[in-house]
Design a protein around this ligand. Structure first.
Ligand SMILES: [Zn+2]
Length: 221
């Protein structure tokens, strides 16, 4: 999207309009210590005092998966990924302003950031190959790679410089219901904020929002 010159000028004139005012596609390559590499990508923008991350995933049924079978799993997967990654952390600006991070999974398109093949039953699931019986934590783990997170278990695709082993992290092997994201998993969102704001000193901090306030805000979307 081309940004009109008048908007850039308005952004200069009105403090606060600069950061996140226009949805931007954030993407790049991650290369793990084991040689595995993949693409992270999503759209990010600031809306209603939140950072919205739109993760467009095109699910393609393998030839032995029917369209109704795929349609049956889609709502649960979408809800699982959004619940896992939304409302847990916030971006904190250098001035101390908090912007909670919300992930909006878009399986309908028309534009997508990732294409995933869905196969029958269970099997070896990775970022781009899912299976109909994959549970909520597993698809949320794979979405974590799409958001820019590395694995955090021995033998996984660990970060090269500071590889972490964390069995309670969503990025562990075969994560269970208690496994959750960590601030470090939002590093690419943090880096986007610094670029968008044109200032260093942004961090990812735990978000403890008011549930009532959140419900009210979501209802207004
Ligand atoms: Zn993984």
């Amino acid at each position: 999207m081309r940004i009109p010159a008048w908007l850039l000028l308005a952004g200069l004139a009105l403090p606060g309009l600069g950061f996140g005012a226009v949805a931007e596609t954030v993407s790049g390559r991650l290369a793990a210590a084991n040689g595995v590499a993949w693409t992270y990508a999503y759209d990010a923008e600031l809306r209603d005092d939140r950072v919205w991350v739109r993760l467009g995933i095109q699910l393609i049924p393998a030839k032995d998966v029917t369209v109704p079978e795929l349609a049956r799993v889609k709502p649960g997967w979408e809800a699982a990924i959004e619940a896992a990654w939304s409302g847990r952390f916030a971006l904190e600006s250098p001035a101390g302003q908090l912007y909670p991070i919300w992930v909006d999974v878009d399986l309908r398109g028309p534009t997508f950031h990732h294409t995933v093949v869905v196969r029958p039953g269970r099997g070896r699931t990775d970022q781009l190959d899912w299976h109909l019986l994959d549970g909520p934590e597993l698809v949320a783990h794979e979405a974590g790679h799409a958001l820019g997170a590395f694995d955090e278990y021995p033998g996984g695709s660990l970060a090269t410089a500071d590889g972490v082993i964390d069995p309670a992290s969503l990025m562990t092997s075969d994560p269970g219901p208690g496994c959750t994201p960590r601030a470090r998993h939002y590093e690419k969102v943090r880096a986007w904020a610094e670029g968008s704001a044109g200032a260093q000193g942004w961090s990812v901090v735990p978000w403890v929002g008011s549930a009532a306030q959140d419900t009210e805000r979501v209802a207004r979307q």
